[in-house]
Design a protein around this ligand. Sequence first.
Ligand code: 1PR
Length: 548
Amino acid sequence: MGLYLLDYGAGNVQSLANSITKLGHKFTWIASPGDFDKATSLIFPGVGAFETAVDGLASRGLLEPLRAYLRSGRPYFGICIGMQVLFASSSECPGSAGLGVIPGPIERFDASDKSVPHMGWNLARRVYPEQGMDSEDYYYFVHSYCAKYDPVAYPEAATWAHTITQYGQELFISTVQKDNVFGTQFHPEKSGAAGLALVDEWLRKSEGERATLTNSSTGPPPRLAPRAEQTLTKRIIACMDVRANDAGDLVVTKGDQYDVREKADVQTETAGAVRNLGKPVALAARYYEAGADELCLLNITSFRHSPLRDQPMLAVVRAAAETVFVPLTIGGGIRDSVDPDGTKRTALEVAGVYFRAGADKVSIGSEAVYAVERLRAMGGRGDGTSAIETIAKVYGRQAVVVSIDPKRAYVDESYDGPRKDEVVRGEDGKAWWYQCTVSGGRETRDLSVGELAQGVATLGAGELLVNSIDRDGTGMGFDLQLLAIVKSRVRIPVVASSGAGAPGHFVDVFRQTGVESALAAGIFHREEVRIEDVKGALAAEGIPVRRR
Ligand code: 1PR
């Protein structure tokens, strides 16, 4: 008896489990179809792709028991895909029908005027004003498909809408509520204090109250129009580069143009040692409390080892996920590999281990470069075997970030050769294009940043993290020309990285390049600039940010 959580074997369901534990509630996992009979409340934290969720439930014999559970009138709380499966169908996978509790389709966002996935913190507006004021809390969304709020085309589905959210000019249903069913398109378990409060509120209701939810609709669902101002905030990300120091302890380090060792020519005790800026889990907790919208942990020397042998990094992810309730991206070593005992691990398996440890997204570096090289050799079509393709298929493309480590490759100012459309001319008379590298910048490849960006988007990446080896650790500001090239090539969200030295640099990068988020490391680690300073500067310029 009691609260059960449903896991169909894909995605990061650990975060929800952590948040429920943190809130002081007990739960049991649904392990077999018979467990549905014992559940008096059920939460389905669906993460990943619609098809994988429906097929995963079906293959475990859980689909029919779930239908029966919903019909029984006992309380249900679906999150993201756990809400989407309530609908009749999804254009993400026309072959797999949904549960059909809500008669309407799940459809893809229109990408003609915006990046897709819709990724980040957004507001939820009440459909029925008589239910009270709109909350000023932001919630974390990450999805390419949604239930459009359209009382004309889908009148019955619209009666389920409790809140709607705007992205571009589209309005979609962000929470559903009727009878025993509650569902959120956003991830409350990743929405900081506001999200935890929402989960807690549902859990603190009596089971009777949870089973009799109402939208208090007094008439047909209202026709609502998109508003002029956009409410999706720009995200500020704190990044921790993690590696073992010379004593073998995992530390957060920070490079200057990727060199993470203290200068060897200075006569100090630490000369030549790996720079140590703190412990990853403690720093992650500090940034969460300070209002970071996302955290990124990069295992920067994983190319040397088998990533799954790197148990300390997994322990770091697990511990960070217990205290951090905003999205966590984990990078480094997401590739096919062979353990020292000969066991083969696919990139999909490696990613799966990180997701189950608490990662929400994985970031792929070197392997993405090799995959685009293969893609180009094959005439522009992927063969379905790359890490990007295999992980995106199972976990959804929003879970796959590609981290790019470009370097300026200088050419003659009158250069007229290949990639001349990507050549940038600086005020100092220099000209260059941006060349991709692998192994943390140790090796350059015959691939430009524009080619890489387009290639990984074709393969199914959901977001691009654009570093700059030239700007890393310099505090000179983001490389705006680099970011403009990348932004012009793709329709997926872009994270600007490397070079932040002052709050004004964040204003510049959002204003001048249109990136969706910006990341910094050194200035936050050294406490030269606080996350709140950055958000204050952005808010003062009218750039939407989450500050609560
Ligand atoms: O190739 O899939 O194993 O992934 C390796 C990952 O490790 C890649 O994401 C790569 O960017 C990262 N990495 C490898 N070597 C380094 C290094 O620094 N020696 N770090 C490295 C990348 C750049 C950012 C940094 C920003 C902001 N570090 O993470 O945080 O430049 O810094 P700043 O604000 O101080 O300027 P794979």
